[in-house]
Design a binder for this molecule. Structure first.
Ligand code: UD1
Ligand code: CA
Length: 451
């Protein structure tokens, strides 16, 4: 006997008014369904979760192609009960089934474990919550003894039932044999003409089968996303939780409401982050780093004591200790900066290695380059790496000094300790330890007069 997770994700998501299937809309940078899949995989490592898809199912499968999941198609979206019925043939008769919803992304592992432990053998369990505004959710009906007798959908409620504040999360736990017994016989005699999974609970209650309920510590755990307003609400909730988590681990956030974390982040001690910083993808930030306002880091690793000045965008880079970056720097994928590199304002670096203590402080483009140690690159230097068809490499040796406004026409090598005169167009290799320049001599025209 094992736990079989089934995730319902076939719905159209009408209220999103979107061409994208609802469960692919992003929360904290990941599809809604991805949050649920992650939770499911952690919960039941031994059995791949079953995902019920329908509307744009192919698109959904593509996004999750790397995961160990089983897919079931629900050809017509006839309701949650009908959706689960499609998965039934794939479920082992001995198993207990945990039903998750693709549009309820933030339910925690702890709450699910609580549900599983609380639900006694041969009983049914579900997660419920009391909401200040229960509108839209199915309401839990209880009898005088507080026993659950059924779930009634918003659209089917009477005025009195609408005042019930305890709602159904949709998430439930029950043995496969109950589903085999009741799922095939539920009917669609309701306002939406749908086969409701919730009817299984009414059936269970009427046959005297026990129903257990558990509540999450935070009601947001059971919030579903049906429209963009709910999506934005959950995004803010998630971001607040993330900010609190990092502040509790010693990160200084100048304003916890103005940071967005959309991925997996690791941060060291004494990190200080100013307002409007976005961290995306896989991020590692070492000890003592300072990240100034309006900066975006994506799939990037910062060593220790790195300073990032405002308005910088760093994507796919590895940045070693004591580097100073920005303001207004753009560092693109496959860039590696060694210790103590300085990259200043309006500098773009792409796919380049920059050696220890080198400086590129103003208005430059460095692409497909290998730059040695202690190199100084003057303002306005451009590596002309693209000939219109192919990209070429620029190599600059240790201690070289590149004068301002230099064009380095790749492929080209500047030797160690070379000096390039300002304003040069360097199309051939420059030898080490010598001055190379390519510019016409300045002339003053004697006796010239303005017209
Ligand atoms: C459902 C519950 C409601 C609960 C709420 C919590 C039912 C009948 N109602 O209502 O009690 O309070 O969730 O969020 O179960 N889906 C399918 N196939 C379908 C229909 C839906 O796979 O034919 C999937 C959807 O993709 C979604 C989930 O099931 O992930 C819930 O469907 P939705 O239509 O959003 O149900 P609610 O009206 O929110
Ligand atoms: Ca829903």
């Amino acid at each position: 006997m094992a736990i079989q997770v089934v995730i319902l994700a076939a719905g159209v998501g009408k209220r999103m008014f979107s061409n994208l299937p609802k469960v692919l809309h992003l929360l904290a940078g990941k599809p809604l369904l991805s949050h649920v899949v992650q939770t499911a995989l952690t919960l039941s490592a031994e059995k791949p979760p079953i995902v019920v898809i329908g509307h744009q199912g192919e698109k959904i499968r593509e996004v999750f192609s790397g995961h160990s999941l089983k897919w079931v198609e629900q050809k017509e979206q006839l309701g949650t009960g009908h959706a689960l019925l499609q998965a039934l043939p794939m479920i082992d008769e001995q198993d207990d089934v945990l039903v998750l919803y693709g549009d309820v992304p933030l339910v925690s592992l702890t709450t699910l474990q609580n549900l599983i432990e609380t639900t006694q053998k041969n009983a049914l369990g579900m997660i419920t919550a009391r909401l200040p505004n229960p509108f839209g959710y199915g309401r839990i009906k209880r009898d005088k003894n507080h026993k659950v007798v059924g779930i009634i959908e918003e659209k089917d409620t009477t005025e009195a039932e609408r005042t019930i504040s305890e709602v159904n999360s949709g998430i439930c736990f029950l043995s496969a044999k109950w589903l085999q017994k009741w799922l095939p016989v539920i009917e669609n005699h309701n306002v939406q003409k749908e086969y409701y999974l919730t009817d299984v609970f009414r059936q269970a209650a009427s046959e005297g089968v026990a129903i257990y309920t558990v509540q999450p510590p935070n009601i947001e755990e059971i919030f579903g996303v049906n429209d963009c307003v709910q999506l934005a609400y959950l995004e803010r909730y998630y971001q607040k939780e993330m900010a609190n988590k990092w502040m509790r681990q010693g990160v200084t956030l100048h304003d916890p409401e103005r940071i967005d974390i959309r991925g997996d982040v690791k941060m060291g001690r004494d990190v200080v982050i100013d307002v409007n910083v976005i961290l995306e993808g896989n991020i590692i930030i070492g000890n003592g780093c300072t990240i100034a306002s309006n900066t975006i880091l994506r799939n990037t690793e910062l060593g220790n004591q790195v300073v990032v000045h405002p308005h910088s965008v760093i994507d796919g880079a590895k940045i070693a200790d004591h580097c100073v970056i920005g303001p207004f720097a753009r560092i693109r994928p496959e860039t590696v900066l060694a210790d103590r590199v300085h990259v200043g304002n309006f500098v773009e670096i792409k796919k380049s290695q920059i050696g220890q203590s080198s400086k590129i402080n103003h208005l430059s483009y460095i692409g497909d380059s290998e730059v040695g140690k202690e190199v100084n690159i003057g303002a306005g230097t451009i590596t002309c790496n693209y000939d219109g068809v192919n990209k070429h490499k620029t190599t600059i040796g240790d201690n070289a000094s590149i004068g301002s406004d230099t064009m380095l026409i790749a492929p080209v090598t500047v030797g160690e300790g070379a000096t390039i005169g300002a304003g040069s167009v360097i199309s051939e290799n420059a030898p080490p330890n010598q001055l190379t320049l390519s510019r016409t001599r300045q002339v003053t025209v004697e006796g010239w007069k303005r017209k």
